[in-house]
Design a binder for this molecule. Structure first.
Ligand SMILES: [Zn+2]
Length: 71
């Protein structure tokens, strides 16, 4: 059995979700422009900057959903 030691997660930052106020972990591999989904309420954010940590909420545009597609 090979024991894999977990890396120290001291690079992980947290962003408080504006909707459900849960902390969203911003992993080190995220870069500006990445979309991050809150695992509490599924709100989508786009990472603007990591230092300082800045995220913008993606407005879910339901009007874009096309239900009456022409055949
Ligand atoms: Zn949330």
């Amino acid at each position: 059995m090979v024991k894999i030691s977990k890396p120290q997660n001291d690079r992980v930052k947290y962003f408080k979700c504006e909707v459900c106020l849960k902390d969203i972990p911003i992993e080190y591999y995220f870069t500006a422009g990445d979309s991050i989904t809150c695992n509490g309420c599924s709100t989508e954010y786009v990472l603007q900057s990591k230092s300082p940590l800045e995220l913008t909420r993606q407005a879910t545009d339901y009007s874009k959903l096309d239900f009456d597609e022409p055949y």
